[in-house]
Design a protein around this ligand. Structure first.
Ligand code: ADP
Ligand code: MG
Length: 339
């Protein structure tokens, strides 16, 4: 019998692996915007065309990349963010797997322009289906501009399964909102098909909530805060009477990272217990700060799930913080957002 096992060509292996990271245009937006934040940017612009199907562009003013680094950044497992397995349990950046750019470049046409602050001249690189087509010097401002064109151009089966533009755009807006709420100190602009969707100036959390959800939110929220040695919780929770029939406006951030956590969600819902109208969901936006070594973000490739070392204590503290906030505002005052 002949042997039948072969190693897959690298481009095909990359395409397969890309399926994990890049499900839809919104996944690309998430990865690029997170990279922009990791690069220390204080201004980020997101432009999309056709709900990201023809173009996703993220422009930042962060540290930029050298000529060699920008080539390296597209290799699988190439990262500047961790060095050893110890670092895995002490993660302070969004990225760390070094997989996103390799995956994106495997299934799209990518053009990067980048320059480090101290470099005279920048560099531009074009990659298509994992293959470098061209790299040359270019004059460009400090920071990085990433254009991802024609997502899944070489995987027609996946391109066909993309949803309608309104649905894909909604996913992109969800990602943009999460990052914008996690980082009110960064000014963020989003443009879709030449239309401005958000133009958010740098400020504090309260200002960001108002510029994102509308002025009426000033009257609808209570501050919520708990300061313990092991864990800090702060943010805003919605008044019960403003609860909505959909869950859309519920946000947890752990050390600056948006997460989904059904147990923590439950902790909040029990705090509201009987004071909510039937089948209604309160607004909440809670930031949890915890020692990075007490939380494992390495449980899922897209990293919206995390595992707390002490889940029960975290649950109890979050629930108590929300209960206390609700109790201390037995009467509903409006918050002075200072704007
Ligand atoms: P990860 O973020 O997990 O390290 P990525 O594939 O997303 O992996 O990025 C690979 C590397 O490319 C990063 O570690 C970083 O050094 C560099 N990089 C990516 N995006 C940017 C950016 N916008 N500005 C500066 N460097 C970047
Ligand atoms: Mg990354």
């Amino acid at each position: 019998m002949q042997d039948v096992i072969r190693l897959l060509p690298e481009s095909l292996a990359n395409q397969i692996a890309a399926g994990e990271v890049v499900q839809r245009p919104a996944s690309v937006v998430k990865e690029l915007v997170e990279n922009a934040i990791d690069a220390g940017s204080d201004s980020i612009v997101l432009k999309v065309k056709d709900a990201g199907k023809t173009l996703i562009q993220v422009i930042d003013n962060g540290i930029g990349m050298s000529e060699t680094d920008v080539r390296m950044s597209f290799e699988r497992h190439a990262t500047s963010k961790i060095l050893s397995s110890d670092d895995l349990f002490n993660i302070n950046t969004f990225g760390f797997r070094g997989e996103a750019l390799a995956s994106i470049a495997a299934v799209a046409q990518v053009v990067v322009k980048t320059k480090k602050e101290d470099d005279e001249i920048g560099t531009t690189i074009e990659i298509e289906g994992s293959e470098i087509k061209k790299q040359e010097p270019i004059s460009t401002p400090k920071g990085t501009s990433f254009s991802v064109k024609n997502l899944f151009f070489n995987v027609p089966a996946r391109r066909k399964f993309l949803k309608s533009n309104p649905v894909e755009l909604k996913h992109i807006i969800d990602e943009f909102q999460r990052v914008a709420l996690a980082h009110p100190e960064i000014s963020m602009l989003m443009i879709s098909d030449d239309k401005e969707i958000y133009n958010l100036r740098a400020g504090n959390i309260a200002k960001r909530i108002v510029s994102m959800f509308g002025k009426s939110y000033q009257e609808q929220l209570y501050p919520c805060q708990e300061d313990l040695d092991v864990i800090k919780v702060r943010g805003y929770i919605g008044k019960p009477e403003n609860a909505k029939k959909t869950r859309g406006e519920q946000f947890f951030f752990v050390n600056g990272r948006y997460i989904k956590h059904s147990a923590l969600n439950h902790a909040i819902m029990t705090a509201y217990d009987s004071i909510l109208p039937e089948s209604h969901f309160p607004f909440y936006l809670l930031y949890i700060e915890i020692d990075p070594s007490d939380v494992d973000v390495n449980v899922h490739p897209t990293k919206t799930e995390v595992k707390f070392a002490d889940e029960r204590t975290t649950y109890a503290i979050v629930s108590a913080a929300v209960k206390q906030a609700l109790a201390s505002y037995g009467v509903a005052p409006s918050i002075d957002f200072g704007i």
